[in-house]
Design a protein around this ligand. Structure first.
Ligand code: UD1
Ligand code: MG
Length: 460
């Protein structure tokens, strides 16, 4: 890349008038991530010298969201009244560095990816251009500015959809909303944009101003029109969700992630999935979830902000929240892992098990119908069916410690705080209230009686 600084101007001041939302459109989510968060997540990869966000309509909402993204070198310019993209850029010019390259992006095109931007910057530099714009050829051109060229195919002007003659409406090449421009020339010419018949200042008029002043104007055509989906109307917003899903699906295929039913798979923007992962139908992966190699997630599973280690298997109808799971561990079916669990390698957690705020060490097994809460469990522990750590007395929560190689018999109630020493055993059906020393048996069963020749009561 060139030695000139990169400054970014992101246009986010507009009202969502065509969308009929009473919120800035850049704070609307698409599959769990807002347009603004998506733009910033991409732009930070360019490591720009500064990024200026132009805000206006309900600006505090936009500023707060941008700040929450922890994005470096961010500045805000305020556009008091929303009178066009040209006017919006003008509000940012005093903040733009001299002798820099300015990347101007519309805030309502959330799928412009880093490769496309880098490709556009390279083309701008290679051509030694004063102004480079990206164009595309979408199937549906309505709503986009059309590209006007002369007989030598040189860019002449951009004419907005609502201002097009019936002939111009037929033009298939449109303005994608990504502009690269020399900062000194931008500062010099931005004031030359005139108010048009719609009482707006169009940034796109700058093309013709440059052409008339003999400055070099170029375009780069981007093949994948979906990268420039522009969200103006509710139909655009709906379509953007479908496009996002298409991108997710394509990325999965590229990375050897097998989706058995792409239509019922939901993945938030920040979710990371490694290679050779199988994902069954109806799977929802949310927040900062990370799935490592060779994991198998069977159908109807919900995972939020959790880590699943290599080769683990998540069986159907399982919910995992804010937990880390080691490698080669098997969880479910019908398992509820509430927040705060650290589950290590080769653990087995079976059906109808609920675990909360607990650490479960290697090779331990909790195979059926148990509640484990606020527990520290060692390695090689076996928890029998129906075991409950009774961690709550109605007022406070207490800890259970189960050391290595403990065998907990079925239906044991462990009244916390309690510690089961290493290699100890509990008898099935016991209710333990005090610490059990290592290598001992804890049993609280009442003596069994057999009454012979017992006569059942009859209704008669
Ligand atoms: C714009 C382009 C059009 C292009 C399309 C691609 C202009 C005049 N037209 O049209 O050629 O094909 O994008 O996506 O630029 N904004 C402000 N202040 C304003 C007006 C808008 O900050 O006063 C912001 C909006 O929040 C939005 C962006 O600028 O993020 C683009 O505005 P929008 O109204 O969506 O422009 P389009 O009609 O889509
Ligand atoms: Mg738009």
């Amino acid at each position: 890349m060139s030695k000139r600084n990169l400054n970014i101007v992101l246009l986010c001041a507009g009202k969502s008038s065509r969308l009929k939302f009473n919120l800035p459109k850049v704070i609307l989510p698409i599959n769990g991530k807002t347009l603004l968060e998506r733009s910033l997540a991409n732009l930070r990869k360019l490591d720009p010298k500064k990024t200026i966000i132009v805000t206006g309509f309900k600006k505090d909402l936009v500023v707060d969201m941008a700040r929450s993204c922890n994005y470096k070198n961010i500045e805000f310019a305020n556009q008091k009244s929303q009178i066009g993209t040209g006017h919006a850029v003008k509000q940012a010019t005093s903040l733009i560095d001299k002798n820099s390259i300015v990347l101007i992006l519309n805030g309502d095109t959330p799928f412009v990816d880093i490769d496309t931007i880098k490709q556009s910057i390279s083309s701008y530099l290679k051509n030694n251009s004063a102004f480079t714009i990206a164009t595309s050829f979408p199937k549906e051109v309505q709503g986009y500015g059309r590209i006007l060229r002369d007989n030598d195919n040189q860019l002449l002007d951009i004419v907005e959809d609502k201002d097009c003659s019936s002939e111009q409406k037929l033009i298939k090449e449109v303005n994608a909303g990504l502009y690269l421009i020399d900062s000194n020339l931008l500062k010099k010419y931005i004031g030359k944009i005139k108010k048009n018949k719609n009482s707006e200042y169009y940034l796109t008029d700058l093309i013709n101003i440059f052409v008339r002043n003999g400055l070099r104007v170029d375009s780069i055509s981007i093949k994948d029109e979906r990268k420039f989906v522009n969200i103006n109307t509710f139909d655009d917003y709906k379509y953007a969700h479908d496009v996002d899903k298409m991108f997710v699906y394509e990325n999965c295929i590229k990375n050897d992630i097998f989706l058995s039913d792409p239509n019922t798979f939901h993945k938030d923007f920040d979710v990371k999935i490694s290679k050779n992962v199988y994902i069954g139908p109806n799977v929802i992966l949310k927040g900062s979830t990370e799935i490592k190699e060779n994991v198998r997630i069977e159908g109807s599973v919900y995972i939020d902000s959790s880590y699943i280690g290599k080769g683990s298997i998540i069986k159907p109808f399982t919910c995992i929240e804010e937990s880390t799971i080691g490698s080669m561990t098997r969880i479910g079916p019908f398992c509820n892992l509430r927040p705060g669990n650290k589950i290590k390698d080769k653990v087995k957690i079976g059906n109808f098990v609920e675990i909360k705020k607990s650490s479960i060490n290697k090779e331990s097994k909790i195979s059926h119908h148990s509640y484990i809460g606020d527990t520290e469990m060692g390695t090689g522990v076996n928890i029998g069916a129906g075991t409950i750590t009774c961690n709550y007395d109605g007022f406070d929560k207490y800890k259970t410690i189960i050391e290595n190689d403990v065998f907990v018999g079925s239906d044991t109630m462990l009244i916390a705080p309690i510690k089961l020493g290493e290699n100890s055993t509990t008898g099935a059906g016991s209710v333990l209230t005090s610490d059990l020393p290592p290598n001992s048996l804890g049993i609280t069963r009442i003596k069994e009686r057999h009454i012979k020749n017992w006569k059942k009561k009859s209704k008669k």
